[in-house]
Design a protein around this ligand. Structure first.
Ligand code: NAD
Length: 282
């Protein structure tokens, strides 16, 4: 099957970025959200990002305006009927995503591929909510989507070889580099990254070193572009705590227990950059 039209469900942080890279790669894109206001915000963000790429000289103006013209929006799931691939990038909530996927499956052709951008939910469990689950797969983009080269492709138990091959092809056509990960919480990158940040928080909690020295250590000793505690502040401590809790529960393993200091800072409302205070002040 040749893919010409991609629908993206959810026009938020990830959805508008995914819509942008699909349109730049030449696909017709339908962006779907629950409210016109969310669609307008998503399109405004991606327009600004396209303009920024043009100003930086990384995208030529004609290609940017052609991409913009390929993006359509709707709040009506019936419009999905002409898509060959649907990428679900709505709010991270199992019941909500199951409902959305059932709505998607009811409106697309039986051979339409359906993908989820979930960061933490089970691809197998999401696949089980639709008819023909062999056409379902995880495609985990990174934020900000237009800048980040990686996509983690995750097969559910039901995913067919054909669906997997198509997902690899589309990812490469988007100019991204795919890696293949099993269906486990955090896939590969967050599974390694987030416990590393949690360990940095344990080190801070023990008073072994100052926040500045921990970050300097990992920047200069491991060539990390940003220290783990500054990265924690950037991601948001509440988000990190939710991920560690999902790992702790998902793997049933105490090595994923969140650092008590992380819990306490979240309880204090010290969430990092977004609240003005985390391991550093902003
Ligand atoms: P977001 O909150 O920015 O956007 C979610 C969008 O989904 C909102 O616009 C919301 O209106 C929309 N939505 C809610 N219900 C809907 C429905 N029934 N139909 C259509 N749209 C609906 O969230 P986000 O950060 O873009 O995350 C989206 C997904 O991507 C999540 O699964 C998340 O885990 C995953 N993800 C996020 C990041 C990140 O850094 N933010 C990175 C990788 C993956």
């Amino acid at each position: 099957m040749s893919i010409e039209q991609i629908a993206v469900i959810g026009a938020g942080t990830m959805g508008n970025g995914i819509a942008q890279v699909c349109a730049v790669a030449g696909y017709q894109v339908l962006l779907v959200d629950v409210a016109e206001a969310a669609l307008a915000r998503g399109v405004a963000t991606l327009s600004k990002n396209l303009e920024r790429q043009v100003n930086k000289g990384t995208l030529d103006a004609a290609r940017a305006s052609a991409a913009q013209a390929r993006i359509h929006t709707s709040t009506d799931y019936a419009r999905l009927s002409t898509a060959q691939l649907v990428i679900e990038a709505a709010t991270e909530n199992l019941q909500l995503k199951q409902r959305i996927l059932q709505q998607v499956a009811a409106n697309v052709a039986p051979d339409c591929l359906i993908a989820t951008n979930t960061s933490s939910l089970s691809v197998t469990e999401l696949a089980a909510s639709i008819e023909y689950p062999e056409r379902f797969i995880g495609v985990h983009f990174f934020n900000p989507v237009p800048m980040m080269a990686l996509v983690e492709i995750s097969r559910g138990l039901q995913t067919s070889d054909g669906t997997y091959a198509q997902a690899l092809l589309v990812t490469e056509k988007l100019g991204k580099t795919p890696i293949t990960a099993g269906n486990r919480p955090g896939f590969v990158v967050n599974r390694i990254l987030v416990p590393m940040i949690n360990e940095a928080i344990f080190v801070r909690q023990e008073g072994l070193a100052s926040a500045e020295d921990i970050d300097t250590g990992m920047r200069l000793g491991c060539n990390q572009p940003i220290g783990p505690l500054a990265l924690a502040d950037l991601i948001g401590l509440d988000t990190l705590l939710a991920i560690m809790e999902a790992f702790h529960e998902g793997f049933n393993d105490s090595k994923y227990r969140p650092a008590p200091l992380l819990k306490e800072m979240v309880a204090a409302g010290w969430l990092g950059r977004k609240s003005g205070r985390g391991f550093f002040t902003y």
